[in-house]
Design a binder for this molecule. Sequence first.
Ligand code: SAM
Length: 210
Amino acid sequence: MDLLPDQYFDELYSKDVALERVNESIRNAGMPEISVAPGYGRLLTFLISVSKARNVLEIGALGGYSGICLARELPEDGKLISLELKQEYADVAQMNMTAAGLGERVEYRVGDAKISLESLAAEGSRFDFFFIDADKESYPHYLEACIQLASKGAIIAADNTLLRGKTIDENKQGPSVLAIRHFNRIIAQDERLMGVHLPAYDGLALARVK
Ligand code: SAM
C-alpha cells in the first residue's frame, strides 16, 4: 500500500530519539496525544533557525514536543518561556526537555496563560518568536498579547486554524470556531501584521509583526 505523504516524508529523516521519548512519556502518563506532527515540528525548528530567534514564547506546552522543536535551534544564550495550564504536564515537559539536553534553555510558567501573559508584560519581557497552541477560545486574546510583547519583526505561529474543518463549515458556530474565525481575520487583516495561512496539518497561521 502507498505511504501517506506525512509517512513518506517522515521516513526520510533520522529517528528522533528526543521526540520519540516525548510521545512515549505522553502515552505513559495518559496525557492527550495532541502534540504537533513530526513535519510540523521540523517546520518550527526551521523557522527558529532562519529567523535567528533568541527569545521564544510558547503558549501550550503539553509534554514538550513542540518545546524541543522550538528550543533545539536556539543560540547558547537563547531562551524559551512556555506557558502551561497544568502542573503535571509542565513537569513531563520539563523532564523531556532536560532529557533532550535543553533543560537550561526553558522556563515553564504554570497557570492560565492569560495571567502569565499579564505578568510577562508587567516584567517588560520581549520576544522575537511566538507559538500559540493552547485553548482555541483564547486565540484572539493570545494574539493581541503576543503583538504587545513582540519585538519589531517578530514571528507569530499558531496551530489549529482549521479546527479539523469546523472553521470553514458555516453550520458550526461554537465558541472555539467563532474565536478561530476571528483570529484568522486578524492574521489576514490587521495592519500591524503581515500574515499568511497555510492549509497544512490542521491549519497553520504565520504572521510577522511589522
Ligand atoms: N504545543 C504542544 C506540542 O505540540 O507539543 C501541544 C499543546 S496542546 C495542543 C495544548 C496545551 O495547552 C495543553 O497542554 C493544555 O493543558 C494547554 N492549555 C489549555 N488551556 C490553557 C490555558 N488557559 N493556559 C495555558 N495552557 C493551556
